[in-house]
Design a protein around this ligand. Structure first.
Ligand code: LLP
Length: 418
């Protein structure tokens, strides 16, 4: 997906709308998402998988903004959730429960009950005790639980170690032999119906090969499960497709990704519906985090650019050493020189960039942290007593405040009297 933001007469803009105007109107730090870009990325997946039966379930953890989720739901998207909270967010956005898949290693009885009552499409179960509890909750509620076991394919993902999930020693999924035994054990269960098998090997993966390897294993595994007499009807191949964060970096398109996984699946996939759980590749490039320069200071021979956004708004650089491009909202002439771009949070990890060549910046200037539409707001916190920022959604040249800035009262609302 390409970014919907570009310079226009020296100003960073989305189409004809300069971002600086939004920063002035709604304040900073501010997340801005271009809905057309989100829907465009979703559409690219739809087209890429058009020749096979499929359901795209956007990963809510990447961006849970209600306006954004509602637009995806209207476009036909389903959702990948990992908690009762995300289920509530999807339902509030008008998401179709049958198109919801529920992943995660630690689902509680209460979360299972809510999902069973809502009538979600698939539980991706990650352990034997979780499956026992799901069967028990389904029996009590007298609802059929649609089951997919998440298989751990033991495939390494070339990404940051915090977001690789498909190796044997990770907490995710069930070893294939154990998963096969569980499908056998629950075959014919009154309240559990095995309908799918799933994998998810990690996130921000730029090479199609590990996806192909995982999907090939999933296909072989599904063939074994079917041979054992379980009539699976879908394969959930997870998410994980990366995006180009750095200038010059290249990411496979959904079309290239589809070619790789469909070829790897071959005839093992025949007759099976594919479920996809893309997060980052739907949302990231469609969003920016706007921030204002508070101060410039020099320390130890370094130039520090201190922003009013910190890791409380965008934690990816602190957590994964992630790179986000930083662009001034208004282009200024002048030579680039290295800057330490930091936030106001009282930790050295609150650093967006080291020695980043940036054109001259002064206090009061506005900048955009690019590709912040995924895992930005959804990972925001109140650390250091910072209210969470606002989110603005753009569509066809119009700006809408989709979530207003948290107030100090809201931040403190759940505490008792001192
Ligand atoms: N499905 C499952 C089961 C997942 O665990 C995830 C992400 C996804 C789908 C979506 O993956 P995506 O297409 O977005 O890569 N906070 C980290 C990323 C954590 C990913 C967690 N799971 C970051 O900012 O890089």
């Amino acid at each position: 997906m390409s970014r919907p933001f570009a310079y226009r007469r020296g100003q960073l803009a989305c189409g004809a709308m300069p971002l600086a105007g939004l920063a002035r109107r709604f304040g900073t730090p501010l997340f801005v998402y271009d809905l057309d870009a989100v829907l465009g990325a979703y559409g690219a997946y739809e087209r890429a998988f058009a020749r096979v039966p499929h359901q795209i379930c956007a990963a809510v953890k990447a961006n849970a903004n209600r306006t954004v989720l509602a637009a995806l739901a209207r476009a036909g998207s389903g959702f990948d959730i990992v908690s009762g909270g995300e289920l509530a967010q999807v339902l509030a956005a008008g998401g179709e429960p049958r198109r919801v898949v529920f992943s995660g290693v630690g689902k509680t009885a209460g979360e299972m009950d809510a999902a069973l009552r809502a009538g979600i499409g698939l539980f991706n179960v990650e352990s034997a005790p979780e499956l026992a509890l799901l069967a028990e909750r389904a029996r009590r509620l007298r609802r059929i639980a649609p089951l997919g076991l998440r298989v751990n394919p033991d495939v390494a993902a070339p990404t940051h170690r915090h977001i690789a999930t498909g190796r044997r020693g990770h907490k995710f999924g069930v070893a294939p032999a154990e998963a096969l035994a569980l499908y056998r054990q629950y075959a014919g269960h009154r309240w559990v119906r095995a309908t799918a098998a799933s994998v998810h090997i990690g996130s921000q993966i730029l090479d199609p090969a590990p996806f192909a390897a995982a999907v090939r294993r999933l296909g072989h595994f599904a063939a074994e499960v079917r041979a054992a007499g379980c009539a699976l009807e879908a394969l959930d191949i997870g998410g994980g497709l990366g995006i180009a964060y750095r200038p010059g970096e290249r990411a496979p398109s959904p079309a290239a990704y589809a070619r790789a996984v469909l070829a790897a699946l071959g005839k093992d996939g025949a007759g099976l519906r594919l479920i996809l759980e893309p997060g980052r590749s739907i949302f990231a490039a469609a969003g920016v985090l706007l921030s204002r320069v508070l101060y410039i200071k020099h320390n130890g021979g370094l130039r520090f650019v201190i922003l009013d956004a910190g890791f409380t708004e965008l934690i990816r650089p602190a957590l994964y050493g992630a790179y986000h491009e930083i662009l001034p909202l208004r282009r200024r002439p002048g030579r680039r020189s290295p800057a330490e771009v930091v936030g106001p949070v009282c930790e050295t990890a609150d650093t967006f960039a080291h020695a980043r060549p940036l054109s001259p910046l002064a206090a009061g200037d506005l900048v955009a942290l690019m590709d912040a539409g995924a895992y930005g707001y959804s990972l925001a916190s109140n650390y250091n007593g910072r209210p969470r920022p606002a989110e603005v959604v753009l569509q066809r040249g119009r700006a809408r405040l989709a979530r207003r800035r948290e107030t100090l009262e809201e931040m403190m609302a759940r505490e008792g009297k001192a």
